[in-house]
Structure formats: C-alpha cells, structure tokens
Design a protein around this ligand. Sequence first.
Ligand code: ARG
Length: 461
Amino acid sequence: GSTKLWGGRFASGPAEAMARLSLSTHVDWRLAPYDIAGSRAHARVLHHAGLLTDDELQRMHDGLDVLAGDVESGAFQPVLDDEDVHTALERGLLERVGADLGGKLRAGRSRNDQVATLFRMWLRDATGRVATGVLDVVEALTSQAAAHPDTVLPGRTHLQHAQPVLLAHHLLAHCQALLRDVARLRDWDARTAYSPYGSGALAGSSLGLDPQAVAEELGFDAAVDNSIDGTSSRDFAAESAFCFAMLGVNLSRIAEEVVIWNTAEFGYVTLDDAWATGSSIMPQKKNPDVAELARGKSGTMIGNLTGLLATLKAQPLAYNRDLQEDKQPVFDSVEHLELLLPAMTGMMGTLTFHTGRLAELAPAGFTLATDIAEWLVRRGVPFRVAHEASGECVRLAERGDVGLDELTDTELAGVHPALTPEVRDVLTVAGSIASRDAHGGTAAPRVAEQLDRVRSAVRDH
Ligand code: ARG
C-alpha cells in the first residue's frame, strides 16, 4: 500500500508537480536524528498510556535504533514519494518493524507538533555550536590584545583621526559586541526550551499522553502551555535568525576594518598567507577574501531574517503549510556561520599589526587637540573657551605645518594666557592615553582589567 501519511480520503495520488512542490526532504532531512529521538520518547508515553505493550515498546525502540543507524550510514535515504522527513522515517520504521506495530506510533501526534519540536531541538544544538565558534573569535581577538599591551593607533570617528587609543582597547570593543551575541543566543535558548510535542495538529491529544515526559526526554525544560501556540509559533526561529544576522553584522564590521587596514594606504596589517587569496591574473595580489566573505554573508543573513519575518507575518492560527518555508533560511544562516567563524578566528588570530606605522599615525591629524582642551579645563578654563583655544592651536599648527607639540611658547601664550609650556606634558600619545583612566577608558590599566573580564566571560560560557 501507499506509504503516504494521508491517503485514505483520496481517490488518486497527487499530481507530479504537486508532489514536487510539496517535497521538503532536501531541506529537512537534517532533522532525521531528532525525529527519531522524538519517536522514541513518543513510544514511551504511548506505552505509559497503555497503548503499547512492553514487548511492542521494546520492538519499536529496537526498530528505531536500526533506523537511526541506517540514516547515519546513508543506507536509508528519502525518496521522491516521501513528502518530508517525517513521512520518510515512518516508511523506514514500517519497513523495519512491520506495518502493524509501525502504524501505532502515529497515534496522538501530528507532523505539526513534530516539526515544531524537532526544529527547536536542531536549533538549540546549532546555536550552541555557533556560540562556541563566536567564543573562538573572541579568543583570537583577546590573544592579539594580550600580545599588544602598548600598541597605539589613531582612534577614529567618521573614519577620521579622532583620539589615540590602545589597539587592545579597539580589539576588545569588538569582543564586547561578540560576547553580547553569545549572551543573546543563551537568552534565546531559555525561551526556546519548551517542547510542542503532544500538541497534536493544534488541539492537543486525547490519548492520555504526557507531554512533560516527552519534553524531559528530549532535553527541554518543559512542554509548551498552549498546543495552538506550540504548533504555529515560529518567533523562536525568527529570533534565532535575528541573533545570526546581528552576529553577522558584528563580524562584518570587524571584516570591513580588516579590508581597510590591509590597503597600501593604511598599511596597518599584513594577512597571514593561510587566510588570504591570490588573483588569477595579477601575480602580486593578496586579497582579504575572508573579510569580504564575512561582509557579504552578513547581507545574506539579514535577508534570511527579513524573508522569514515576511513568511510569518500574516498567517492565521494555527499551522499553515507556509511554515514549511521557515527552516531553510535559518539552516542557511547557520551554515554560513559555521563556515565563517573558524575562518574569522584564523584570520584575526594571525594578523600581523605594523606597530611602527600605527604609532606614527596615532598623533597625526591633531588627535591630541582634545588633550589641550581638557588640560585647560583642569586649569579652571571653561570648556567652551578651552575648545576654542585648542582649535586655534590646530589652526596655527596646520598653517605652520608642525605638530601641536611644536608650537612655540609665544604662540601658545598668544592663543590663551593659561597655555603655559607645561601643556606639552599631555601632548604625547602615551600621555593622552594614560590620562583616560576612568572605567571603560583606554588607559593601559583599565584595558588590562577589561581584558581579564572578557577572558573570564569566555571561560564562564
Ligand atoms: N513538512 C511540514 C513542515 O515542515 C510539516 C508537515 C505538516 N504538513 C501538514 N500538511 N500539516 O512544516
């Protein structure tokens, strides 16, 4: 007979184009191990409810074990007639334990509660892998920060030289964002750790099954409180797609800096050969493709999020087949991240920073002008006046093509009577950085503390 799950009321099978449209095994086959785990748990509650004998439960579990092995080895594969992963695995079970026993497993469950549960299970594992990959990137950045305790560079706003900062401080800024990405995935998991199994098609089960027992066996905190919500809500999927897109955007911002830093004009970094690519025509080229792929893939991940939200937006309760489109974008984002994260770790961990070049540029563009203004403020000059005076110094220095520290005593005094020669004490990159010593600032002791906190956050995750 047919192995379709819904043949009874139909006189004919589906048209070929109907079957092709319906098919999802090319996407959802990766849920197979979770589907089998769900079936094991479901068999147990059927047994508990008196719907399977001891012997039937044993044979069912044995059959599921064999099926799991055949799925893993590739001996069992979906065929065109299998609408989805659930249909295929039911066929596999029937082939292994016979139709009489195999046909009992579907009681009290629906593909609607199954797929909602399995998707959550797959995603909870996947987000764990993604979080681990992000922590590896953070470790690559912290090891660079630790290797460069006193490397300076011009901090920028609007991409213009702004104020000198420690390279470690800059790299740790990216770590802060990535640690929030990891924390977001953990927060997401707490909301997603509820099992829809037992919700049935939408209304729950009449067979005395225990959704809490299934939830526990499948590693969830509890069963969902509402079977309609359990089968039709996908905010967990959209939220994960947001977490991935946000992570992608944060990686893209790191990547964009690497692209810029690697230009001849900036000359901040050299990429390790293992994490760069060449050109098929220009022999001299060494391109930052890892960084560019990070930038490009973030666009794809943003698209996955917006596409999924659009799919969800107007669906009435409860399950609609539109929901079959929910998995591909999320799987796709995870696939991109699992490729990208190890490469970002490799690229960032092996970057060579040209510390001499960075130090030379750090004071360029009058990045110490704010230090003059704040020095005057410490002498009692109102900031509004101090800002004007410092600006005047910049104008003089620019006109004379000299650094701020090269203005003469007379020039300084001419700008403002409070501008005595001692102001030159703060007109060094080191002095400027050391002076920004409040919590969160770029002074070396604060950055060292920050590095410790970031490293212990990585360890605690
Ligand atoms: N393959 C479907 C999905 O991924 C689950 C099957 C539900 N089908 C149905 N006709 N209710 O959403």
